[in-house]
Design a binder for this molecule. Structure first.
Ligand code: NAD
Length: 500
């Protein structure tokens, strides 16, 4: 069967990149299966997309909040109709187990609906009081212009909507650079905007690598906002580039070394479930994956036995299999990175409690990693305890009480997500207040995302929380407007207005 070729989506049409270079997307569970061929875009494509977005911006901005929002509603409706087919693409292209793939699509639908609802609230800004009662003051939120959204592979449908839904509704034009590992998902999203008849140039998709497409879009003088989700290393490069441009803004949402804190009074059943979900869903390839389980020493041995037993039962297999707990790794590099972390745990002298990687792989040529669990005292200088493994690799670290648990939680350069399992509201409250993170859970796993809530981290996990209504200050600039309703000029702060 001929492999499908999918072009870039520029100015409302599917346009082949002049470079005529194509790259493959393959199914990571069955790498023989080529999912599609996509153009490696270059300077001409980037210029064409930025030009189209710049031209589309004035009319899109003038259309008004309510009408723009309707496009997002229609896109959400199309995704709803396509839900299962789209989930299957996510499973095939990203290796996410089908139930997780469905959740990815539902999150995208909810995010598009959220963007629509925001538009229908009709909030362009605020009316504010002035010191002088005869003046009327208000702020209007103006769209900034051309938004570049650069997304990772692990939420290939949901994340583009987190970054683009509100961007469009508030009046910006968007160029999406999806991960080169999940380009079909990016192309499907472009297809929905085509089908709802979004004006040409308002929503565009450019395929290719980060270096060839992402970086030039970030540096382009006519792009105004960069919304990036991905690794810290790339995020920092983006911030450095954006700093060179006076009025360009960016958000970076990056990795984490998240943890579940298990207190001595915890409901142990709940602690085990929360820990297994946090450590192993998506094969540990979530930004919010828990690489650390910080367990009160009174409970540590009992917890370790039960956690290892549960990790033994975790099923790994074909992403299309409804019964497996998680699917494949994204690619060979993902497997190698996970193995490196497992080796580091050995070299650093930790006690290995479980390594299931000698079990036969679900498919001979796919990319697989099975659960790896180790234990030992907290060490700030340990690489495996403090760096993001992005794999099913987790440590059980004994701690003494909630204060020490929180101290250990905070002792990495990241600060994305964390959870505490306790029946004691005082401990939960202490952790909530003192954990330096952007996302906090009590008696839940540390994975998951609410589309109405902020989602993001502190320290090296990112800045500015590019999600839900938190995105608005990034996507818009407030214009301060003052009307004088009097027949003469009265200045504030007692400033004299007479000319003499
Ligand atoms: P990545 O940084 O390798 O790639 C992310 C995107 O950036 C891709 O589209 C890539 O092409 C692009 N890119 C790469 N180099 C670039 C450059 N120099 N300039 C501009 N763009 C460039 O990340 P990944 O491997 O796709 O995803 C995994 C990482 O993403 C993990 O660190 C994970 O924690 C993080 N992540 C964070 C969140 C969050 O919300 N905090 C969510 C999901 C994933």
């Amino acid at each position: 069967m001929a492999v499908q070729k999918l072009d870039n989506f520029i100015r409302g049409v599917w346009r082949t990149a002049p470079s005529s270079e194509w790259f493959e997307s393959r199914n990571p569970a069955h790498p023989d299966e080529v999912i599609g061929l996509f153009p490696q875009s270059g300077a001409e494509d980037i210029e064409a997309a930025v030009h189209a977005a710049t031209q589309a911006f004035p009319a899109w901005r003038a259309l008004g909040l309510v009408k723009r929002a309707e496009y997002l509603l229609r896109v959400a409706q199309l995704m709803e109709e396509d839900r299962e087919a789209l989930a299957q693409i996510v499973a095939r292209e990203a290796g996410k187990q089908i139930n997780e793939a469905r959740a990815d699509v539902v999150e995208a639908i909810h995010t598009a609906q959220y963007a629509f609802a925001y538009g229908h609230l009709g909030q362009y800004g605020r009316v504010l009081a002035d010191e002088v009662p005869t003046k009327r003051c208000y702020e209007v939120l103006e769209p900034r212009g051309v938004v570049v959204a650069i997304t990772p592979w692990n939420f290939p449908v949901a994340l583009p909507f987190w970054l683009t839904g509100l961007s469009l509704v508030v009046g910006n034009c968007v160029i999406l650079k999806p991960s080169e590992l999940t380009p079909l998902c990016g192309a499907k999203i472009a297809g929905y905007f085509e089908r709802v008849g979004a004006p040409p140039g308002v929503f565009q998709v450019l395929h290719g690598t980060g270096e060839a497409v992402g970086a030039p879009l970030v540096a382009h003088p006519h792009t105004h906002v960069v919304l990036f989700t991905g690794s810290y290393e790339v995020g920092v490069q983006i911030k450095q580039e954006v700093a060179k441009h006076a009025d360009k803004v960016c958000t970076i949402e990056t990795g984490g070394k998240n943890a579940v804190l298990v207190m001595d009074d915890a409901n142990v059943e709940m602690a085990i479930s929360a820990s297994v979900l946090s450590a192993f869903k998506t094969a540990g390839q979530r930004c919010v994956t828990a690489g650390r389980l910080l367990v009160d020493h009174h409970l540590a041995d009992q917890f370790a036995d039960r956690f290892v037993a549960a990790a033994q039962r975790v099923t790994v297999g074909d992403p299309m299999d409804e019964q497996v707990f998680y699917g494949s790794m994204i690619n060979r590099q993902g497997v190698e990175k996970g193995r490196r972390f497992n080796d580091v745990a050995r070299k650093e002298g930790f006690q290995i409690l479980l390594d299931r990687n000698n079990e036969p792989p679900p498919t001979p040529d796919g990319y697989w990693l099975r659960p790896f669990v180790y234990t030992g005292a907290w060490r700030h200088d340990s690489v495996c305890l403090t760096e993001e493994a992005f794999s099913p690799h987790v440590a059980i670290v004994p701690v003494r009480g909630v204060e020490e648990a929180v101290e250990v939680y905070n002792d990495t350069k990241y600060g994305l997500s964390g959870a505490i399992i306790t029946e004691d509201y005082r401990k939960a409250r202490y952790a909530e207040e003192h954990m330096r993170c952007g996302i906090f859970y009590w008696n839940l796993p540390c994975i998951g995302a609410g589309v109405r809530l902020p989602f993001g981290g502190v320290k090296q996990s990112g800045n500015l929380i590019p999600s839900a209504a938190g995105l608005i200050p990034v996507l818009t600039h407030p214009k301060a407007i003052t009307y004088n309703l009097d027949t003469h000029i009265v200045m504030a702060q007692g400033l004299k207005a007479e000319i003499r």
